[in-house]
Write a protein that binds this ligand. Structure first.
Ligand code: SF4
Ligand code: SF4
Length: 150
């Protein structure tokens, strides 16, 4: 049971603590430039995600639109929920090359296993963060820009 002295102490410290909290609120109210919280979506144009942020899987292309995927299928086997399908074709020399690199963003959990498993460093994660859609079909993507080894 609360003693009389504790009761009066709480009656004094309670409002003091309340006033301290309100002073912080009022400080930011009158100095909005000091707010450190992300002002999303107002800052959309300048917003930078952290280096290790995982948006979606990408097949890395160079400035000429070439990739180095050998269509080995290791990433496909590493994916725990079949979000990747590596479709193979043959080039005019009869060599096995990448036909289509299919990726399903709607089932991908951004675990990164595919990126880590690729022996040639062909895959990465984008920093995209606005990827919601009302049309599920838009979440099925072809990641390679061209057939073959880019
Ligand atoms: S990030 Fe994970 S779930 Fe997504 S495609 Fe790669 S292995 Fe599959
Ligand atoms: S992305 Fe890498 S692991 Fe996946 S098929 Fe291409 S070379 Fe193989």
């Amino acid at each position: 049971m609360m003693t009389v002295s504790k009761y009066f102490t709480a009656a004094v410290t309670g409002p003091i603590s309340l006033l301290k909290g309100l002073s912080v609120t009022l400080k930011y109210f009158f100095n909005p430039k000091k707010i450190v919280t992300e002002q999303y979506p107002e800052n959309r144009a300048t917003l930078k995600m952290h280096e290790r942020f995982r948006g979606r899987v990408q097949l890395i292309h160079d400035e000429h639109g070439r990739h180095t995927c050998s269509a080995c299928g290791i990433c496909e086997r590493a994916c725990p929920n079949s979000s990747i399908n590596v479709l193979v074709t043959k080039n005019i020399a009869g060599k096995r090359v990448l036909g289509k690199y299919l990726y399903r963003l709607d089932t991908c959990t951004q675990c990164g296993f595919c990126v880590e498993s690729c022996p040639f460093g062909c895959l990465g994660m984008t920093h995209d963060f606005e990827m919601s859609s009302t049309d599920r079909q838009t979440l099925n993507m072809v990641l390679n820009k061209s057939e073959g080894p880019g």
